[in-house]
Write a protein that binds this ligand. Structure first.
Ligand code: FAD
Length: 525
């Protein structure tokens, strides 16, 4: 891995030797683009204003899926495409994506054939990419799969399969893959202006957020992959450009794993607001979500409303033998969906399909879509740039490109499995120093060595980077994450060369942030 200073030096050198592609935004879309562009052999850089996946891309429901509910709205093409991308993600990053069985409980007899047929179609659409057959389960089979399910009146269930992943770590795997293939990959590097020559975009001004120093970056093509912030970047290009996105907040709650059992998820096919919600086992806990609340303004921390928590609890409690209360909630996290605006007012009905757009001065914007289709979005955007003569024609290779850490044989097992082939580096830190093997907190499955590894090899710069995205402590148990902030700050300070004041500041700001993730102190209402 190159150092941060080397990355900025290489950006500066683009004055004499310009990049082929500069990508603004280091979420799923931007990092997917960086991997595609670098592996086609383009001189590539991706700059992220915060940490990789800090915005929407670390706040997904953790599904790699076709989207069962899009079938109901007739978006068959979107489902078909995503189901095939699901298979590609699983094949190329088996350490981060795995199949997960879903149980859709039925409390009315006619729900079994009705939903069974829909989910059979879902499986048929996946063709050879199927992750397992759809079938009708008896009452006994349903209870065997989901121990915590409410059995009164339960007739049986429909079993189907989808994929699950660790979104933030998948983003990191993309960042490292892009870097492995020669791209400049920088977090805490914000695009603060776009440069034009004769009315045509020819680069950008990029600020090192840590030092405040800014760099002129020269590139043949500039791609705006700023997620929910794309309209801000479009305004740098043309202050009069109309808004392209509407935003919808999705909130999740996280509860102890025993609530459900650890192997099967529940899908609730219809809630009182007409949505689907999921209760999904994830890293020893259960993630329940999500809501869909139209949101006028964009923010890195979108917060949540008490009504969303009440809605999630009320909906899932109808399916659980032991109802959940607010006291069971370990963490709450929300994200903003970037939805390409359509005529319909209700955001859950707006298209999740992505769009690639070119401005008069040549800024390419890629927006919409979902995590599962990130690779396809990148392929489409680069094909678009090639067709317009902005890049030389070169083939896309990402369909079969194994991502950083992907094991050659079967996925590794054990507590470090999510690191894939990098697990050996953490194991060697454990072997060198027993202290490195101690847990950050008794409630969290993360060791000190993972903090050191995050700083040395995964571009972690802050306590939040480590506790929210390198490990997922903040999402799994916000109070436990808060308790480990000082230890993480101290380990990071040693690695990054910071002093006592930095440790105090980092600890304090993380403690404040973590308060936003546990109930029920804050609302946006
Ligand atoms: C609640 C919720 C649940 C979801 N669940 C799923 C799911 O289970 N499965 C699925 O497939 N999809 C899911 N999605 C959709 C998926 O998460 C998003 O489509 C995807 O993460 C969007 O990625 P992005 O890179 O376009 O945007 P982002 O992740 O928002 O990334 C954009 C990045 O650009 C950066 N940026 C902005 N301005 C600048 C600048 N000036 N300079 C540099 N960088 C800048 C931001 O800091 C940000 O990190 C979900 C979305 C939400 C909201």
């Amino acid at each position: 891995m190159r150092t941060r200073a080397e990355g900025f030096t290489r950006l500066e050198e683009t004055k004499n030797d310009k990049l082929d592609v500069l990508i603004v935004g280091g979420g799923a879309t931007g990092l997917g683009l960086a991997v595609d562009a670098a592996t086609r052999g383009y001189r590539t850089a991706v700059v992220e204003a915060g940490d990789f996946a800090q915005a929407t891309s670390s706040r997904a429901t953790k599904l790699v899926h076709g989207g069962v509910r899009y079938l109901a709205s007739g978006q068959v093409h979107l489902v078909y495409e995503a189901l095939h991308e699901r298979k590609i993600m699983l094949a190329n990053a088996p350490h981060l994506v795995h199949p997960l069985p879903f149980v859709m409980p039925a409390y009315r007899w006619f729900d079994l054939p009705f939903y069974g047929a829909g989910l059979k179609l879902y499986d048929l659409l996946s063709g050879r990419s199927s992750l397992g057959p759809t079938s009708i389960l008896s009452l006994r089979e349903t209870r065997e799969r989901v121990a915590g399910i409410a059995s009164t009146g339960l007739k049986g269930s429909v079993l189907y399969h989808d994929g699950q992943f660790d979104d933030a770590r998948f983003a990191l795997a993309l960042a490292r893959t892009a870097e492995d293939h020669g791209a400049i990959v920088l977090n805490y590097a914000r695009c603060i202006a776009l440069h034009k020559s004769h009315g045509h975009i020819c680069g950008a001004q990029v600020e090192d957020v840590e030092t405040g120093r800014s760099f002129e970056v020269h590139a043949g093509a500039v791609i705006n992959a700023a997620g929910v912030f794309v309209d801000e970047l479009r305004s740098y290009d043309d202050p009069s450009s109309p808004r392209m996105l509407s935003l919808s907040r999705g909130t999740h709650i996280v509860v102890p794993g025993e609530v459900l059992g650890h192997a099967n998820a529940i899908m609730v096919p219809k809630t009182r607001d007409g949505r689907v919600i999921f209760a999904i086992p994830w890293m020893g806990k259960v993630v329940i979500g999500t809501t869909d609340v139209p949101t006028p303004s964009v923010a890195m921390e979108p917060g949540h409303e008490t009504a969303e928590i009440d809605f999630l609890l009320e909906t899932i409690n109808a399916y659980l033998a032991r109802p959940l209360g607010k006291r069971d909630i370990l963490s709450v996290f929300s994200g903003l969906r970037p939805l390409v605006t359509g005529a319909e007012a209700k955001t859950s009905r707006l298209s999740r399909e992505h769009t690639v757009q070119l401005s008069a001065s040549g800024l390419i914007t890629v927006a919409g879509g979902k995590w599962t289709t990130y690779r396809r979005m990148a392929e489409d955007a680069l094909r678009f740039a090639i067709r317009r003569g902005m890049l030389p024609r070169r083939p896309c290779v990402t369909r079969t490109l194994r991502l950083h850490g992907a094991p050659v044989q079967s996925p590794p097992e054990g507590p470090l499995s999510r690191y894939g082939t990098d697990a050996a580096e953490i194991a060697s830190l454990w072997a060198a120093d027993a202290e490195m093997k101690t847990l950050l907190d008794p409630e969290l499955p993360f060791t000190r060595a993972e903090v050191v590894f995050a700083a040395r090899c995964e571009m972690a710069r802050t306590v939040e980077d480590v506790l929210s995205r390198r490990t997922r402590a903040l999402l799994l148990d916000a109070r436990a994450a808060q308790r480990s902030a000082a230890a993480v700050a101290s380990l990071l300070a040693t690695e990054l060369g910071h002093g006592k004041r930095w440790i105090e500041h980092e600890t304090k700001s993380f403690v404040e942030l973590a308060q936003e993730f546990y109930l029920v102190s804050r609302t946006t209402a």
